[in-house]
Design a protein around this ligand. Structure first.
Ligand code: FAD
Length: 434
């Protein structure tokens, strides 16, 4: 079998890979030195589009429109860009074996790739109900969403099941964004999740009450406190019913499951140190194996701001960690050093006419401020999280770019706030004066 050798190989062709490629070019690589090996058939793109405009009936996003690095306002890297720069994009190629000691990767088709420096950017895979043996979970028209192929299947079934019934399993951001996108397509949408409110890992009860109310006003039905325990299919094998643990049965032409992901690290098991489910790195995304870096969803890295070690599954971190790793690789070659990664957690979501941003850490006491009436014509509200007398996290729905900058600054600066009643009263103006 053919063997190819590169100075730098990125395994994975998602968000991190694209931003790493741009940084390599900024820092200077020679044609033929860098290869990106990806299971997907397309050049790196901004993955968050898949649960948003990719599914809209109007204003639809399609490639090449959302190739990286447009998501952060940068130049769009089309497949031709990689060619021009002498970066080899090796697509539709799944790596099935990685030998970090021998610096060798092997693809499903048996091709061998050698590298001097490896960047692991394999991202996450969705958790499937079939993983837990949920009865009937292999029926047709039960979907998951991670890659563009998954999104294409959803686009197809939206066309086939016009005005049909959809059950969304899971109340996280994927469940919320997909419910909105499918409702906009005029489907009859019901969400099911076990928790007392949606997005419980981030939202407080007060924040969630707004979104649940807003979704209800848009015609999305929400069933909380129970889970899907089985599915019934028709004679074609297509899903028809979702059975809930509380005994209820919901009709369904389409089911979409968004119950979380897990980082794709199995290829490297036993070869590299792991922590918190990811590959352990230092503040330059260097792993325990020399010449091997890990970025994006798979990296468990030191979070300087909180003196903690964390793994982050957000697009902003995927971009920034990739850039940091490439800067570290190139400066190391020149015998120079760079600053440690100093990340401020940032996460956002958009659905219907809504748009929120969150910065920092959602720990300690939370206070809610602003107009969070779901029926309000222009709802704008937020939340601060206060720990040890300091504001450590901030959330804002409906903020302007400047207001979002202000809450980011609050989360970074961590100003003191002893009087929570006053903070509630001051609301957004507290952030704007920092
Ligand atoms: P990915 O972008 O997932 O890229 C991983 C790549 O590796 C893929 O191309 C995959 O095919 C490839 N790969 C994996 N294994 C192999 C292998 N063995 N061989 C070859 N290739 C392999 N974050 C936000 O902050 N805001 C959002 O609104 C938001 N929306 C999202 C919506 C969706 C539908 C999804 C799925 C994620 C969303 N995220 C969002 C999360 C964000 O997209 C991820 O955190 C980010 O993509 C991680 O980047 P990554 O490079 O680590 O992994």
């Amino acid at each position: 079998m053919a063997e190819k050798s590169f100075k730098y190989v990125i395994i994975g062709g998602g968000v991190s890979a694209g931003y790493a490629a741009r940084e390599f070019i900024k820092q200077g690589v020679k044609p033929g030195e860098l290869a990106i090996i990806s299971k997907e058939a397309v050049a790196p793109y901004e993955r968050p589009a898949l649960s948003k405009a990719y599914l809209f009936p109007e204003g639809t996003a399609r490639l090449p429109g959302f190739h990286v690095c447009v998501g952060s306002g940068g130049e769009r890297l089309l497949p031709e860009w990689y060619k021009e720069k002498g970066i080899e994009l090796i697509l539709s190629t799944e790596i099935v074996k990685a030998d970090l000691a021998a610096k060798t990767l092997v693809s499903a088709a048996g091709e061998i790739f050698k590298y001097h420096i490896l960047i692991i950017a394999t991202g996450s895979a969705v958790i499937r109900l079939t993983d837990f043996g949920v009865q009937g979970a292999d029926a047709k028209n039960i979907f998951y969403l991670r890659e563009i192929d998954d999104a294409d299947k959803l686009v197809q079934v939206i066309k086939e099941k016009k005005n049909g019934k959809v059950v969304i399993v899971g109340g996280g951001y994927i469940g919320l964004e997909l419910s909105a996108a499918l409702r906009i397509n005029n489907l009859d949408v019901t969400m099911v999740y076990p928790e007392p409110w949606c997005m419980p890992r981030l939202f407080t009860a007060g924040i969630a009450a707004f979104y649940e109310g807003y979704y209800a006003n848009k015609g999305v039905k929400i069933i909380k406190g129970t889970v899907a325990v089985g599915f019934n299919a028709d004679s074609n094998g297509e899903v028809k019913e979702v059975k809930l643990k509380d005994g209820r049965v919901l009709e369904a032409d389409i089911v979409v499951v968004g119950v979380g992901g897990r980082p794709l690290v199995t290829l490297f098991k036993g070869q590299v140190e792991e922590e918190k489910g990811g590959i352990k790195t230092d503040a330059f995304f260097k792993t325990s194996v020399s010449d091997v870096y890990a970025v994006g969803d798979v990296a468990t890295f030191p979070m300087k701001l909180y003196n903690d070690i964390r793994r982050v599954e957000h697009v902003d971190h995927a971009r920034k960690s990739a850039e940091q790793a490439v800067k570290a690789i190139k400066s190391n070659e020149e015998g120079k050093t760079i600053d440690v990664y100093d990340y401020l957690p940032f996460f956002y979501s958009r659905s219907f006419d809504l748009s929120w941003q969150f910065y920092g850490d959602n720990v300690g006491d939370a206070v809610l401020f602003g107009d969070n009436d779901p029926a309000s014509p222009n709802p704008k509200f937020g939340s601060y999280w206060i720990k040890d007398g300091k504001v450590v996290g901030a959330f804002l729905e409906g903020g302007s770019p400047d207001e979002n900058k202000a809450i980011a600054k609050v989360a970074r600066v961590q100003p003191p706030a002893m009087n929570l009643d006053l903070l509630t009263k001051e609301g957004l103006s507290f952030a704007c004066k920092i």
